[in-house]
Design a protein around this ligand. Sequence first.
Ligand code: SF4
Ligand SMILES: [Zn+2]
Length: 117
Amino acid sequence: MNDPMWRDRAACLDADPELFFPNTDHDTTVEALRYCQGCPVTAECEAFAKRNRCEGVWGGRLRGRGGLFASRFCVSCGIAVRPVGARLADYPGTRMYTGGGQCQTCFRAAKNRGVAG
Ligand code: SF4
Ligand SMILES: [Zn+2]
């Protein structure tokens, strides 16, 4: 767990680092998570991300604002959405997920415009 050389064993060692910082224009979350699947140092990676409050894909998860875990980011506004059923208090700064990759706020706005729903 305290092995400082854990990065040398990372499955993503030769991957494009950009993949691990998905944004709304280019959501690479799924691609990045493919590297994490079966990576031998997910625990070390996650611990590092937690300590340093990193955002992006670390340890097989997408981390959102405030360094807390988020399931993904809203495809419309880019704000982190919390896992379904999770409380806002546990995931400050996140929005509720509805479906279609959007947060509830964007989903409703689109619905009001007659675009979705
Ligand atoms: S868990 Fe994912 S991000 Fe972390 S080192 Fe492994 S492949 Fe890279
Ligand atoms: Zn949104």
